[in-house]
Design a protein around this ligand. Structure first.
Ligand SMILES: [Zn+2]
Length: 297
């Protein structure tokens, strides 16, 4: 080989790629025309180049397609992960917010329940104290009954004692109605019972804040403002002060219509389940997307 041959062969790759200047190209072509070996070398190089370096464009596109699909899939998955992550955060914040709200509600309700319990206990105490005093006497005595009243004077309006014999044939006058209905003694004997007031006119003794009351009393028409209880000799009836009725009403509402612990925590519980569901999905997505990402890396 001549020195020129070496130079030409060094230049051939650039010549094939059309990177040589016009002058150089002319020089190579001139040499090839006269040098059979270099011409053959160029031919071989071109053949090799066609096969390896210049695959069919269509084939290359086909080759890329699955990767594009994977890339698209990953993009969609990443978008979904972002969506899940944001949803999870929002869900956590909302759940915690409602949980705190429910907790404050629960504390309030518990406080109200406690108050209702105390009122119930107090009903028992007032009646027990009165019966205890009555046990020692043949006839209700003003001073001793007044002493019981004084103990609860913050709440009480009237404290009355009826002899069973005096009211046996009497009836309760229901609020707004002229039609009387019979006293349910069995109910009264069981314990403190909220009733429509027994007419105070038939009482053996009624005391109020200033002692024995002799003038006629217009009973409270509020149906849960009066409580009574009976033993085999006496019926004790007391009436709450007007100012205390709101408390009584609240306690009553709480006892019978108040929200349960379940209803208070229902919403945050449902939200917690939703959050857990989103978290679960996020976790699954995170696990599934890892291997694919690793393959691409
Ligand atoms: Zn040559």
């Amino acid at each position: 080989m001549k020195t020129e041959c070496y130079i030409v062969r060094d230049l051939l790759p650039s010549y094939i790629d059309h990177l040589c200047s016009e002058e150089t190209s002319k020089f190579i072509e001139k040499h090839i025309a006269t040098c059979e070996q270099c011409a053959e070398h160029l031919h071989q190089m071109r053949e090799k180049f066609d096969v390896n370096e210049q695959p069919d464009v269509q084939a290359r596109i086909e080759q890329k397609k699955p990767f594009q699909k994977v890339a698209h899939y990953i993009d969609v998955q990443k978008g979904f992960m972002t969506f899940l992550r944001r949803s999870l955060w929002i869900s956590i914040i909302v759940t915690v917010g409602f949980f705190i709200h429910s907790l404050t509600m629960f504390i309030d309700i518990n406080h109200d329940r406690q108050e209702a319990r105390e009122i119930e206990e107090q009903k028992g105490s007032i009646l027990e104290d009165t019966f205890e005093v009555l046990e020692t006497q043949k006839e209700p005595d003003e001073t001793t009954l007044q002493s019981v009243f004084q103990k609860y004077n913050e709440e009480l309006q009237y404290l009355a004692v009826f002899s069973i014999d005096d009211v046996e044939d009497f009836t309760l006058l229901q609020d707004g109605k002229t039609e009387p209905y019979p006293i349910d003694y069995t109910r009264l004997e069981k314990g403190p019972t909220t009733i429509y007031p027994i007419n105070y006119a038939h009482a053996a003794l009624v005391v109020g804040k200033n002692g024995k009351i002799t003038e006629s009393i217009i009973p409270n028409d509020y149906d849960i403002g009066t409580v009574a209880m009976a033993d085999d000799q006496w019926i004790v009836q007391f009436e709450y002060q007007d100012s205390y009725l709101e408390t009584i009403e609240k306690a009553h509402q709480n006892k019978y219509y108040g929200p349960t612990t379940w209803t208070v925590f229902q919403l945050p519980l449902v939200l917690f389940v939703v959050t857990a569901f989103i978290f679960g999905n996020w976790l699954i997505q995170k696990r599934n997307s890892k291997p694919v990402e690793n393959i691409l890396d």
